[in-house]
Design a protein around this ligand. Sequence first.
Ligand code: SF4
Ligand code: SF4
Length: 373
Amino acid sequence: MSKDCILCGKCLEVCPLLRATGREELSPRAKADLVRLLDGDGGELREANVARLASLCLGCKRCRAVCSQDVDVPGLVAMLRAAHPDFKQWLWKTWLSHAGTLWSAGSTAAGLIPERFRPEKFGPMLKMLAGLKGGPGLTPFLSPQKFPDTSRGEKMLLFAGCTATHVQGRWLMAALRLLDGLGIEVLPGDFGCCGASLEAGGCLDEAKAMAKHNLAVWRAAGRPKVAVFCASCRAGLLGYSDCRDEEECLLWRKSILPLSEVVKNTEFMIFDNAPEKLGYHHPCHAGDGDPDFGFLSAVLGERLAAPSGRECCGFGGLLRLAAPEVAEDVNRRCWDALTGPEVIVTGCSACVAQLAATAPEGTAVGHWLELIG
Ligand code: SF4
Ligand code: SF4
């Protein structure tokens, strides 16, 4: 990881925090500068200020993608968070490390709190928790009619991610049905969390342990392809660096496939209950050539509205806990770009949670897998 920021300012154009707040001190450049200061004597910086600044990042990695010096600002922020742990980080770590026991129960408990009793500050957070289990979800209107033979007989692992494994079983079932239709044998593999959110929150040891576990699962299965249907999980998996050697790292990265890529030549029938227009939210972690958008465009044609911008949803893990008002500023811009269609789909579990919790009245949000009946 390079720390050699040349202060060129290229990252200023893409940072959702800076775009939403106009506060230069939240920019990637300012964070890189902060790290440089701390590498020296730390100047006048107090511990609490460092911890506060380190918590103000969405971990979207947009800055890294445009940086000519390969400065990994979210990686540096994660290291700062690791060096300055606080209660919010502990909460985040506990929430992610015990997803199996906490998510379903937490979602049920949050759903029991009447809206009028939800403190205003935590309203969106509680709504997001309550919505984790997903309510009725989107009404399916796509039915696979003809599967290509190109993958028939192949063996693959499926990385479902924490949300589908613990609270959104219908995504997992839809993915399994698609893979079955393609004639792909899904190998057993007990993957854990991808670790990306843990890393972004500064829980570096826990993130490393998850990566180690997932790589071991992949090796035990004979290092096959791995289908993934969450953009953030995919980015997390692609970021693993603890393979045995460079050759294995290359093979690992090559084996990680978006599910939408695996199913892309399937023919679907569109039922009459399909909405006239659907909106699409580009997850930050999907990168430039978002494969889910390409797949959905091919299936839905003009029904899928061209996005009017690629705004971040404002989830960003710790930011929701550390500075909900800043997360809301980012989220507002996202809805300004999405407003129009009454159904919004995306391919990232964190974006679904965030957008479903903040959607305007009458707008439904879901993973694209929910469209498939
Ligand atoms: S982090 Fe990279 S893009 Fe941003 S100011 Fe520094 S060198 Fe430029
Ligand atoms: S990771 Fe995203 S939110 Fe954080 S500094 Fe970079 S662009 Fe801004």
